[in-house]
Design a protein around this ligand. Structure first.
Ligand code: NAD
Ligand code: USQ
Length: 393
């Protein structure tokens, strides 16, 4: 299968591109390196020293003999994207190429507008390019579990059957996103659903939970293939952050009570879920939604797990309850369905003590690169004046 991985220089995209290439697919990476630019803007860097993409790809080729094509450019630039689709002629496009940080989108007006423009325009361009040039191509789009928010009922996979005034219908599950970033994903989902109906496109929306880990078989082949491990308050996801904090004895930054419960998955399952979606495409005109996570935890559960594992490793770690900088429920009902990927054959890597142990060990290996000033939350959802070192408006 010819698979274009948009956003293939990023955290999930890099691991996925190598995994799919190793499985025998013809893979192209499309990226404009904007993620590396955001690190410069924020004065942050990944814990792991990632190499330039050209070097990563050269080492990959030396090690495996498997070529990965590269198209450098902006998905939100239609001329670039359409010429890439025309040249590569993908059977499947996996679309990771968005601004994916909720805090980044909440810095100020400029960052909110940027996030929604980058994400919504990029996805719209993709829909138009596929319609015009490659209408049979399957779009595998990374969405988020955060589209649903935390309703006081069970969360279904994309759709809910409801009876209202004696009539019954199956409708998109209600969306209650919690940031301008999460809202951008809702807007994408609506645009994709509409174009499947109007133009007969085929698409799978992967509503992914919070990802943890950094390692897959492929990225561990060589130091030059190492993947991102973000730990800063803007881009670091919670479990990775806690492991980096534990490594240097920084108190774990639980926001509020820590009852915020989310779906989580190991990066090794991200790559497999994407593969399963590619191998089992949606039908023409079909818009499918899969909830892509394997287990749910509260933030406090995770902090206590990291504290216990760190303790076994001889690291003393405290748990801090900081005022929650976000507007979100700190204790709530949460029960989200996630059976569709399991039905296709997903065998999850569950969060074991050994995984937490190995993540803390990676953080220990690179501890000299940790800047503790990047741990404290600075972006506040309620504030219009998020005074960051990057100088918001
Ligand atoms: P990331 O920021 O590490 O990677 C995104 C990549 O896309 C970067 O390499 C960036 O340079 C590129 N990109 C962004 N906008 C682009 C554009 N306009 N043109 C070309 N390239 C562009 O993010 P990630 O963690 O790998 O997430 C990938 C996708 O998965 C995102 O859509 C995100 O919303 C989704 N997701 C991530 C997580 C998570 O926990 N990391 C969870 C759920 C969903
Ligand atoms: N949190 C803490 N302490 C921290 C960091 C986070 O308590 O130091 C809490 C947050 O308040 C939130 C939860 O942990 O309640 C998750 O936060 P996160 O930063 O790990 O993840 P989130 O902002 O939700 O975003 C991440 C990805 C995003 C993806 C989303 C999936 O960055 O791209 O869409 O996970 S989901 O959460 O299902 O929406």
């Amino acid at each position: 299968m010819r698979i274009a991985v948009l956003g293939g220089d990023g955290y999930c995209g890099w691991a996925t591109a190598l995994y799919l290439a190793n499985k025998g697919h013809s893979v192209a990476i499309v990226d404009n390196f904007i993620r590396r630019q955001w690190d410069f803007e924020l004065g942050a860097q990944t814990l792991t020293p990632i190499r330039p993409l050209s070097e990563r790809l050269a080492v990959w080729y030396q090690l495996t003999g498997i070529p990965i094509e590269l198209f450098v450019g902006d998905v939100a630039d239609y001329d670039f994207l359409s010429s890439t689709i025309k040249t590569f002629q993908p059977d499947t496009v996996v679309h990771f190429a968005e601004q994916r940080s909720a805090p980044y989108s909440m810095i100020d007006r400029k960052h909110a507008v940027y996030t929604q423009t980058n994400n919504v325009v990029g996805t719209l361009n993709l829909l138009f390019a596929i319609r015009e040039l490659q209408p049979d191509c399957h779009i595998v789009k990374l969405g988020t579990m955060g589209e649903y928010g935390t309703p006081n009922i069970d969360i279904e996979e994309g759709f809910l059957t409801i009876e209202h005034n004696g009539r019954k219908d199956t409708l998109p599950f209600p969306k209650q996103p919690g940031s301008f970033y999460h809202l951008s994903k809702v807007h994408d989902s609506h645009n994709i659903m509409f174009t499947c109906k109007a133009w007969g496109l085929r698409a799978t929306d992967l509503n992914q939970g919070v990802v943890y880990g950094t390692v897959t078989d492929e990225v561990s082949m060589d130091e030059a293939l190492i993947n991102r491990f973000d730990y800063d308050e803007v881009f670091g996801t919670v479990l990775n952050r806690f492991c980096a904090q534990a490594a240097i004895g920084y108190p774990l930054t639980v926001y509020g009570k820590g009852g915020q419960t989310r779906g989580f998955l190991d990066l090794r399952d991200t790559v497999r879920c994407v593969e399963l979606a590619c191998l089992n495409p949606a039908n023409s005109g079909e818009f499918r939604v899969f909830n892509q996570f394997t287990e749910q935890f509260s933030v406090l559960d995770l902090a206590e797990t990291v504290q216990a594992v760190a303790g076994q490793m001889g690291l003393k770690v405290e748990i801090d309850h900081l005022p929650d900088p976000r507007v979100e429920a700190e204790s709530h009902y949460y029960n989200a369905k996630h059976s569709k990927l399991a039905d296709l054959g997903l065998q999850p890597h569950t969060l074991s003590d050994s995984l937490v142990d190995s993540l803390i060990n990676i953080a220990l290996r690179y501890r000299d690169r940790i800047d503790p000033s990047l741990f404290a939350p600075q972006v506040n959802w309620r504030s219009t004046q998020n005074q960051r070192r990057i100088g918001s408006e």
